[in-house]
Design a protein around this ligand. Sequence first.
Ligand SMILES: [Zn+2]
Ligand SMILES: [Zn+2]
Length: 229
Amino acid sequence: MFLKDFLFPKFCLGCGFLGAYICHNCRKNLYYMEKDMCIYCSHNSLYGLTHPACKRRYGIDGFLSIFHYNNLLKSIIKSIKYRYALDVWREFCLIIEPESILKVASLKKIVKGPIFLEPIPLHRSKLRHRGFNQARIIAEYFSHRLSLPMTSCLVRTKDTEPQAQLRKNSERFRNMQGAFDVEGTKVVTGQYIILIDDVVTTGSTVKEAARALKLGGAKGVFTLSVAHG
Ligand SMILES: [Zn+2]
Ligand SMILES: [Zn+2]
């Protein structure tokens, strides 16, 4: 046991067990996505690639997610306290099984050309309040594991309402409309980008971000989230 663990003991965010933020028992209740799907029609698709018939010019070309967004994951993500959030997210990334990392790595074979990882940005006022962007921590982890460079061309120009508080799809869509802008189109033009977010539900956020990147000249935009549901 490290001194730090003694001074600041970790308690499981799922069950309160002492010793880890997500204990071994609770890890068993995190379910990996067995099948990948098209983000537009929700039907199965190899590597989560968007079906040719579902493709949109300014849309998402592929979507991968690691876990099902179940109640346990929901409560873990919700209960992550700001003070320990960085530590918790780091521990969380480390429990992701290598097979899931390999699935993301398969994009490298499908896409012929360099790929950049782009975390979904927070509005600057939210970033100031929270002190960190969880999507960036996740992106940094994948950047390290997959040896893919990161970019930060996207800017959140609109301080949106939290999507989870909006029930209707149309409200979520309207909330995100025009929320992103691209800075430095030079970096984006002709490139492939993987957008990174913690949770994707209806996909309104990542779809809007993809639109901004494609309008900025990106050739292909994929999405990777830790949880989906
Ligand atoms: Zn637990
Ligand atoms: Zn489809």
